[in-house]
Design a protein around this ligand. Structure first.
Ligand code: GTP
Ligand code: PEQ
Length: 206
């Protein structure tokens, strides 16, 4: 299946500013992107990146600096009857098995909801579906599918639900990550701190 991976590489991961400076955030974002591309390929997907700035990765890259919804919308318009998936570049826990389950679910539109109401991944097999990202986009995508007369399914997957946006998401990468992104965090000195409450990610020496 064709898999579009949107990547905002100009000023990525601003919500991680309490942990990393701008160069570090870009490096970390690229390490997640590379993990996602590997997982897509291992799930028999054929990935291509649509990015707002050039990025050097092992996949074709189209540079387009329009907003996310417009860029992905154009990719869907080129569907031509073939299914296309959209997988976000910050799914640091994505595994080939989780993605294969998404790709193999049989509906006109299949979504992997993100924590906090986003839409972390989609499979689109119907020409009348369109995307509307940001905010609680999973609610919008359910409605758009219904209004377009598309069958709609959701994949319940912890590995696809975690998109790395906030410092608390770094805990999930340290606990469950298996790729470059986890390695990058460890090299940057990010570690788990077990206090009396919820485990936190902290940076620096013990
Ligand atoms: N092509 C493209 N991809 C984008 C753009 N903005 C975000 N993305 C990608 O869309 C997905 C979700 O991004 P967000 O978490 O909303 O944004 P972010 O810029 O990574 O992080 P924040 O700065 O914390 O909002 C990730 O794969 C981003 O790389 C954009 O303007 N263009
Ligand atoms: C693009 C956006 O991502 P979030 O801001 O939820 O990470 C969404 O999924 O609609």
């Amino acid at each position: 299946m064709r898999v579009v991976v949107p990547f905002g590489g100009r000023t990525p991961k601003t919500r991680l500013a309490p942990f990393f400076d701008a160069d570090e955030r870009r490096e970390f974002a690229v390490s997640m992107l590379r993990d996602v591309l590997d997982a897509v390929r291992a799930a028999d997907g054929d990935p291509s990146v649509v990015a707002d700035a050039p990025v050097s990765v092992d996949a074709p890259v189209t540079v387009d600096d329009r907003p996310l919804t417009d860029v992905v919308g154009d990719e869907l318009d080129e569907l031509g009857g073939d299914p296309v998936a959209v997988v976000m570049a910050d799914l640091a826990l994505a595994t080939p098995a989780a993605l294969a389950r998404l790709f193999d679910t049989d509906a006109d539109v299949v979504a992997a909801p993100g924590l906090g109401g986003g839409t972390n991944a989609l499979v689109v097999r119907h020409p009348d579906f369109s995307v509307d990202y940001h905010g609680a986009s999973i609610l919008d995508h359910r409605r758009i599918a219904r209004d377009a007369g598309c069958s709609f399914a959701e994949v319940d997957s912890m590995r696809l639900a975690v998109d790395v946006d906030e410092p608390s998401d770094l805990v999930e990468v340290l606990v469950h990550g298996e790729g470059r992104a986890r390695e990058w965090l460890v090299d940057a000195g990010v570690r788990l701190e077990r206090g009396s409450g919820r485990v936190e990610a902290v940076r620096g020496r013990r």
